[in-house]
Design a protein around this ligand. Sequence first.
Ligand code: PLP
Length: 423
Amino acid sequence: MQNTQNLFEFPDYLLKEEKRALDMTREQREEVKDISSHNQKKVLKAFVEEKVSDYHFHGTTGYGFSDAGRETLDRVFARIFNTESAIVRHSIVSGTHALAVVLHGNLRPGDEIIMATGDPYDTIKPILGLQPGWKGGLDEWGIDARIIPLDKNDMPDIPAIIDAISEKTKMLFLQRSCGYTWRPSFSVKILGDIISAAKSKKKDIIVMIDNCYGEMVEKIEPTDLGADVMGGSLIKNMGGAIAPTGGCIVGRRDVVERASTSLTCAGIGGDEGATLGHNRLLFQGAFFAPHIVAESLEGAIWASCFLENMGFDVKPRFDDPRTDIIQGIRLGSREKQEVFCLGIQNACPVDSMAVPIAADLPGYRDPIIMAGGTFIQGASIELSCDGPIREPHAVYLQGGICFEHVRLGVMNAVAEMVNSATD
Ligand SMILES: *Cc1c(COP(=O)(O)O)cnc(C)c1O
């Protein structure tokens, strides 16, 4: 149990290590600031070009007809992501839902989708019918999903992907972030290479990106390099820790329109949907996104260095290029996953007294342990740490409204690990 008298008074050797990791990561953290300046300009421009105004913040009720705020927010996102169209809604329940809406709206019986970056994220599998025993997957509609494994270096196998694309292949699905897999996340450049190779084999293939955790990490997004549609969560990067819930879809007009018929129905699409009082928070969150992403990235880079110096196995390393806000830490056992997550939880502003316990979550095949004492339930743009109870018993650290908090949390987790090892 934690001694609250000495709360966050860390021993000298940890404070020294904190400083050492700060010094070692200076260059990488400067780079993060350069990227966030670039992206803040991009976001501000979109707000100015769309003439965002106070009256856009007032919500509609009922059908939500003529909701100028909703329509403007969609156009702001389309500008940010350099796409023709966007749907940004508090009523999209999560990133998984945003992606599902795109899939359901665009795939038809007889179509095939190729998962080009190996096994997709846990919650995507039931949507495609790739998780035996779960109901309602697209397999029930005669839609085939085919997974192309990563190559021996854990990179996308471009020749195999191209080879697999056939007449039947309607969509190609690329996942940018590693998810709960001990593999590298794929940079926008790598995704761009796959996109152009796929399009030269089949011009009309729809390339879809699971962009969760990726937004605002680089200066460009996959849609800048030809991706047709992307989905993400507003309790991750693009909500800026302000949006209370929601998801976003950006992309080509026809693909987003089809997605919108699945979010609501044919005929209505994105033209209805009361925003109640949420518009301001969604606008404000998007405006905050570049900065909050930068705070959490500085946290991830520092944590990677600090933890590696303390003997932990980390991915990515502090000086590896980054394309998402995730920091993987391989711990090797369930017990260590529990202790590390407890240390993070105890250093959260909300529910610090809770003890994270692995539990089944909807859409996940293994129990998930999750530390997240966040203002918004489950928000992983706030400091959080989670992982599935399975080999290699890794936890994935992400988020942080401010860099200072990430440091306190990670140092507390390490102190907890040290204490539990000597108990
Ligand atoms: C978070 C995440 C999702 C979506 O998860 P939700 O919890 O439904 O928002 C999808 N793919 C990846 C890679 C993710 O990290």
